[in-house]
Structure formats: structure tokens, C-alpha cells
Design a protein around this ligand. Sequence first.
Ligand code: KG4
Ligand code: ZN
Length: 448
Amino acid sequence: MKPNKNTYILAIESSCDDTSASVLCNDTVLSNVIANQEIHQKYGGVVPELASRAHQQNIVPVVQQALKQANIDKKELDAIAFTRGPGLMGSLLVGTSFATSMAAALDIPLIDVNHMQAHILAHFIVDDGEGTRCKTQDVRCKTQDVKCKTQDVRCKKQDVRCKTQDVRRKTQDVRCKTQDVRCKTQDVRRKTQDVRCKTQDVRRKTQDVRCKKQDVRCKTQDVRCKTQEMDEITPTKKPSFPFICLTISGGHTQIVKVRSYFDFEVLGETLDDAVGEAFDKSAKALGLPYPGGPLIDKYAQNGNPNAYPFPKPKTKNKLDFSFSGFKTAVMRFIQKNVKENPKFIEENLTDICASIQNGIVSILMDKLKETVKQTNIRQIAIAGGVSANSEIRKRLTQNKYAWKTFIPPMAYTTDNAAMIGIVGYLKHKHGKISNENKIATARLKVDE
Ligand code: KG4
Ligand code: ZN
């Protein structure tokens, strides 16, 4: 009835230090498995060589787990999407080679995805159980088809039985004429058979009605599947074009104007360190393990954000960022105070973390205000690992500026394969699958 109206995409992300695989049914997530690499913690940052080795160890079990959780066989996949870049070359190569081989073995399209676009388009992921429903509907339709066919076979068998009984009745009629006594008995039997035939007729009709009802259900489910496919782009919670996305991660800090799924313009970006680095390096100076961003966030909850003011760097283009000066200011501040009081960090950890977080988030908010002023676009989305930060989420949710804000679910902030899957799906749907660009590329801009 509906062999393959839904599109199933397997996505693979391996750009940095997380190995992730995800299965999507259209725009909805069926599974999103992430293996974090703890090995880097003791080095205070990602060690590229160790990252690619860990990806190699993780990729097979992670993909198997993603398929298993999605309850899907690899033969049902329509395409495989992978992160082409930007990222660490060794890490990218593991995902690219795996995806290329698997797509070749299954003879399905291979779709390259830009990691930066994926962070932004993660806002279009649907994760409300609809995907599971899609899959369940597929299975139900198939089961109903099988049931209908079984009932058809039963109906035919009953028809044959009725005819055989008719023949028997006729034979019995002939016998009846000569065997009156038997005839009466046979009469009784015939009536019983008649009753049976009628009951079978009634059953057949009921089964016919059931078959039709099941057909109608299958069709309704088909329509639902189609509606889901059509709807996927414009539900109310997703940004409409154009919107502004502040992409804040461990490797990038950008303000991007998003005109369509495939049209991005960078309005501003960091001139030196990324915002995630500012968090991680400040955390390192405090003796916290990598990645330090989430820990600063955690300790900041109980601290005074105004305890220690940090500078707000100025940039020529007002939408650009510079975090190197901020990071140095934090490091100097810590060194100076520890020299005076060796227990300074221990005694003031929460206040220091709250102040660092307040300093960084205030810079980000100022840049967003300037962007709205310059572009007059009031739809603001955030993306990337640092968008998990509770303070930026809080300030955008408070929405003092009458912006329409879009904050990704926690699961889609840090690196994950579901975001690669949504871009894979959109490219597949819009026929943007070319034979070029299948090569891992460490440096890749958001509009490439
Ligand atoms: O997007 P992502 O997972 O990887 C890159 O593409 O870089 O981002 C990782 C970055 C790290 O720097 C990490 O410290 C930061 O996101 N991060 C946070 C928080 N959670 C993750 N920074 C501040 N607060 C958080 N809650
Ligand atoms: Zn990322």
C-alpha cells in the first residue's frame, strides 16, 4: 500500500570529539545516539589524534545502536548523510569513509552536510514522537495489508466449501428420493448446512466490511504521513525566513542571516577565539576539566554575577566578536588574585564563574541587540554547544526586547547527528544531492 512514502535517513557526525549517529523519518528523529570521548578530559582539550582513534572504535557500535533504537533495518534507508566539515580532518575522515562505504554497499545516495548549517537547521527537527508514529503507521499499514489478504484467502476457502456443500446437497437430493428416512435426516443436515452457509456469508460480509475499514484506515494514515511531510517545514514553533541565528560553539561564533534552508549570510564572526573557547579556557585557568563551559554554568548558579567585572572587547565591525582579550583578562585576574591568596579560587569559585558567565553572555546579548538594530529582523535563534548555557537561555526566554526567540532543545545544542540528519533530509527532499563535495573538508564556511 505505501512501500516508501517516508524518507529514512541515517546521519553520521564525527567532526570533533563526539561520535554520533541518528535515524530520521522525514524531519522527525527516531534515534540520536552520541558517544562522548572522555579521553580528552585529562589533556584539558581535544587531542585530534586520539579523537580520530576513538571515532574509529565508536562508529560501528554507535551506528548499530542508532538503527536498533529506530527499529529500522539498514535496507529501509533512503540515504546516508555525513558531516563534510568543518572540523578535525582525522575525525571527519572516519565519518566520511564509513558513510561512503555504507552508502555504496546499500546502493543509496550519500549526502554531504555542512556542520555549521546543521547547527542552525537543528531548529527544524521534529522530536515529539511523530517519527515513531510515522514508523508505526508504516508497520500498521503493512500488517493491515497482510490481514486483508488473509481474510480474502479465508473468504475464498469458505466459497469453495459452500460450493462443495451445494454439490453434496444435490447428491443427497438424489439419494433422498430413494431413501425417505435418510432424507429426513439429510433434510435436517441440509438445513444445518444452510444455516452454516448463511453464517459464512455473514462472516464474509463482515470481513469485507473490515477489509474496507482497514483500507480506509491505511489511506487515512497515508494522508497523515503526507500531511506530516508537507507540514514539516512550517509549524508554528520553527523560525520562518529570514531569521538571525547566533551560532555559538567550541570552534565558532557567528551571527548568520538565514534566508532559506540553503541561503546563509555571515553578518559577523569572531576575529580570534570562539565563545566556547572563552568558557573552556577560563575554566582551565580555574583548574576545571575539559569541557569547562558546562561546569562554569553549574557553579555560576550559586554565585554573584556582578562580583568581578570583565571587559567587553570592541570590534571594528560591530557584529564581529573578539574573545581573546576577554580570556586573557580572566587568566590575568585569576593569576593576580591567586598570588595574593592561594585559596582565592576555592573561596570564590561560584562568584568567579557567575562573573565570567555574565561577562560572556552580556557580550552575546549586546551583539544580538546591534544585529536587530541593523537588520530589523526580530526572529532570533541560537545554536551550537554554548546555546546549552542556562544564562543565555534565560535572557532570551525573558524576552525583554520583543523578539521572537528560538532556543533549541538541549539534545540538539552540542554536536549530534540528528542535526546532520535534518539537513540530509532537506537536501534529499529538494534534490540537492550532487556527486561533488563528498570529501572531508576541515575548513568550511557556513555558506559553502
Ligand atoms: O557545538 P559543540 O558541541 O562543539 C563544537 O562544534 O565546537 O560545542 C562545544 C562547546 C564547548 O566549548 C563547551 O564548553 C560548550 O560548548 N558548552 C557550554 C555549555 N555546554 C556546552 N558552554 C557554556 N555553558 C554550557 N552549559
Ligand atoms: Zn558543533
